[in-house]
Design a protein around this ligand. Structure first.
Ligand code: SAH
Length: 351
């Protein structure tokens, strides 16, 4: 067939050539584009599957590339830090002296100050707050800003509270016991797993300016990040809270090793990456145990001269169980082994 014969319409010839050109373009550019993402593409089904996986990851909230993940790291840098030094100057001997100091130095809502004082006294009486540094941190941290709006009136209640997304702001007793156990010194660094409401991180920021915290739930991370940015204007200490969206199981390699690590979600083993990122002599506090009950454990890492690592463990509540929300991976699955199902009793039909 002579293609240039007038009997074959010109539009058909153009159609055939542009078809070949488009097919060649798709055949070269799509595999090339996928190649840049490190994927080997064999078929168009794989391209579709890859796109779906990318979309699922995007919806699940985890960045699939480093740039994407980077957008969810906030390293605020030290603004006008009012941490340990500020805390030192605060009188805590009497309620009157404290109230008068607070009204001169801080912009807290006075309606909450009295509640906060009485609440901290109870934590001292129950020995959950022991060191004066920790008492000061509790007296400085405005819990009313971290408890979510739907729980108004319960800001200083002695209980955990929901903060949405299946997460909770931890019971103040447990926050104080875990903080006391950390024995945080001003020059030390601390990594928190499970930013949640941001309250525990706020407490830590009055004890050291090297605070790192990781949250895995994207909308919760964004909400708390915005809250901390907002609060920073009145509470400059929060400018030292470095925060990241990600899976805390793997710690934060870039800033490791840490003197102290606090895990605020439940797990049945010590995550090996966290143990590696703990300095020798460092303390990790975590709720350790099966999914239905955990024990708040203090784990101290010892390194012998020959490099042998040993751990000493202490149950800080002497056998009293607690219940934290699960330590999960990016797909939402718990890192703990599920409890065995009770064996179903075979019921004999006696009729
Ligand atoms: N410290 C928080 C407590 C939040 S509850 C506070 O003071 O409010 C525990 C938090 O751990 C939840 O927000 C949960 O989303 C988070 N979490 C669970 N698994 C995680 C993981 N793998 N990495 C980081 N955070 C995790």
């Amino acid at each position: 067939m002579n293609l240039f014969n007038k009997t074959v319409p010109l539009t058909v010839i153009i159609g055939i050539f542009s078809g070949i050109f488009i097919a060649a373009l798709i055949g070269v550019t799509i595999p090339l584009a996928m190649g840049f993402q490190g994927e080997k593409v064999i078929s168009y089904d794989e391209i579709a599957a890859h796109t779906m996986a990318q979309e699922a990851l995007r919806l699940a909230g985890s960045g699939s590339t480093e740039e994407e993940a980077f957008r969810y790291i906030t390293l605020p840098g030290v603004q006008k830090y009012d941490g340990p030094r500020l805390a030192q100057t605060m009188p805590i001997e009497t309620k009157e002296a404290w109230l008068s100091w607070m009204s001169r130095h801080r912009s807290d809502d006075p309606a909450f100050l009295e509640q906060r004082w009485n609440w901290a006294q109870n934590l001292i009486i129950s020995s959950e707050l022991k060191r004066p540094e920790d008492v000061r941190a509790f007296l400085l941290a405005p819990r009313e800003h971290f408890v979510r709006a739907r729980n108004r009136g319960l800001e200083y209640a002695d209980t955990w509270l929901p903060i949405g997304y299946g997460a909770t702001i931890t019971d103040p007793d447990v926050v104080s016991m875990m903080t006391t156990t950390l024995d945080l010194q001003p020059e030390e660094s601390v990594l928190e797993i499970g930013t949640g409401s941001g309250y525990q991180a706020a407490i830590l920021s009055y004890l050291t300016k090297n605070v790192y915290t990781i949250e895995i739930i994207k909308p919760l991370y964004i909400e708390t990040d915005a809250l901390l940015r907002d609060l920073e204007r009145n509470f400059p200490s929060y400018s030292v809270i470095n925060r990241k969206l990600g899976d805390g199981y793997y710690g934060w390699e870039e800033f490791a090793p840490f003197n102290k690590i606090i895990v605020t979600c439940a797990i049945d083993h010590i995550p090996p990456p966290l143990l590696r990122q703990l300095k020798p002599g460092g303390i990790m506090v975590l709720p350790l145990g099966p999914p239905n009950r955990q024990y708040v454990m203090e784990v101290i890492k010892h390194e012998a001269e020959d490099g042998t690592i040993t751990l000493s463990r202490r149950d800080v509540y002497n056998g009293l169980g607690v219940r934290f929300i699960p330590f999960r991976d990016e797909k939402g699955a718990s890192y703990s082994t599920p409890l065995p199902q009770p064996i179903q009793q075979q019921s004999r039909n006696t009729e």
